[in-house]
Write a protein that binds this ligand. Structure first.
Ligand code: ZN
Length: 202
């Protein structure tokens, strides 16, 4: 016999699929939502659907954006010959917040992780290589995280890009591990960027 109504059970199950939400948090959130006024629940559900329906991948850099091109790619004053490769849109936002980087980005939406079954074809790597082939790129800055997955991805990409003759650099380590570039302060990010080292030319 189910302790909760089947409706609450379903809500808890859906919430517990979200990253970082365990069964206990899912229960707490479910009961919180049930107690909210109906308009607030509608607005929450509406925001989720709206985001899903209206957010696109930028046709250049693959970041999440409202239009066809993100504001960075659409900005002609940026240096379009320097591409910083990051794992997700939040990492890009963190570097943008510093206001000191004037190149463009490429967002992979993940990192290679053999343990979790994530291979090069599961992230936006092909799109990057296509960009490198058709645009005049001078430097690719690998700014994936310093986690095992981030390092694996950087090494894989460096090996892939080197034959093209494009300069490949890696940001200095010292940025804390674990997908949380958005929590790193600007000084640390800029130091990582300025201290980047060559991973070799073609
Ligand atoms: Zn873009």
């Amino acid at each position: 016999m189910e302790i909760y109504s089947s409706h609450i059970g379903r809500l808890i199950e859906q919430l517990s699929r979200l990253p970082g939400i365990g069964p206990k948090s899912a229960q707490r959130l479910a009961f919180f939502i049930i107690r909210l006024p109906k308009e607030q629940v509608e607005s929450l559900a509406g925001a989720i659907l709206d985001a899903k329906e209206n957010v696109h991948y930028c046709r250049e850099c693959c970041t999440l954006t409202d239009g066809d091109l993100c504001p960075v790619c659409a900005d002609t004053r940026r240096d379009h010959s320097t591409i910083m490769v990051v794992e997700d849109t939040r990492d890009m936002a963190a570097y943008e917040k510093t206001g000191k980087y004037d190149g463009v980005y490429h967002v992979l939406h993940g990192a290679i992780s053999p343990m979790n079954g994530v291979g090069p074809e599961d992230i936006r790597m092909k799109e990057l290589m296509t960009r490198l082939a058709k645009e005049d790129i001078k430097e690719v800055i690998l700014a994936t995280n310093s986690s095992l997955e981030g390092e694996t991805t950087a090494m894989y990409l460096a090996r892939l890009i080197r034959p093209t003759g494009i300069r490949v650099t890696r940001i200095a380590s010292g940025v804390p591990v674990g997908g949380d570039l958005d929590n790193v302060d600007e000084v640390t990010l800029l130091r990582a960027l300025e201290g980047r080292t060559d991973m070799g030319h073609g």
